[in-house]
Design a protein around this ligand. Structure first.
Ligand SMILES: [Zn+2]
Length: 183
């Protein structure tokens, strides 16, 4: 899903000067795709991958209720996106890269800085399971699998990580020219 549905549109998004963050909304019943989206901060700094995907989801004429859906985010959602997922009524979100990855591997430290500066929270200091939803780390789920599936999923994970590293470098090289406040 990340490599087949999100990455291609993120590639175009990054070429236009946007960050690498993307998301997808899937049906719980068969994990089929409802919609995928990507960051569009050069148009609006609030169009994070998750928010932009939700915007497009609510523009669909015919959409399933969010209680029947899975929210997949390439990167652990920032506090704005986490709230948006809450307000939209999802009872879950799954993410591939952590806030620490965003800071360390993607040079995007803002999620953790907002968590600390605005909310006084350390990394992962929010309630990962609460009255609204449960947050799932995909890499933690991979590590919890039994062999031989774990090795297979690790290889898939590493391949996706490699593709994101290329896009991240492209964004970092271009970001000096953009007007995104927290770029
Ligand atoms: Zn966000």
């Amino acid at each position: 899903m990340i490599d087949t549905d999100i990455l291609p549109i993120t590639e175009s998004g990054v070429a236009a000067g946007n960050k690498v963050f993307g998301a997808a909304i899937l049906r719980k019943s068969d994990l089929s795709l409802v919609i995928a989206g990507t960051n569009s901060e050069i148009v609006n700094p609030l169009w994070h991958g998750e928010i932009h995907t939700l915007k497009q989801f609510y523009e669909l004429a015919d959409r399933p209720p969010t209680r029947d859906l899975v929210f997949l985010s390439t990167h652990e959602p920032c506090t704005m996106c986490m709230s948006a997922i809450t307000w939209a009524g999802f009872d879950n979100f799954y993410y591939f890269f952590s806030h620490e990855d965003s800071r360390d591997a993607f040079a995007i430290p803002h999620d953790l800085k907002i968590l600390s500066e605005v909310f006084g929270l350390p990394p992962s200091g929010y309630q990962r399971s609460n009255a609204f939803w449960t947050a799932y780390s995909i890499t933690a789920l991979v590590e919890a699998e039994a062999e031989p599936l774990r090795t297979e999923l690790r290889q898939q994970r590493d391949r996706i990580k490699g593709q994101y590293q290329v896009l991240s470098q492209r964004y970092q090289e271009s970001k000096g020219d953009n007007a995104i406040p927290l770029n």
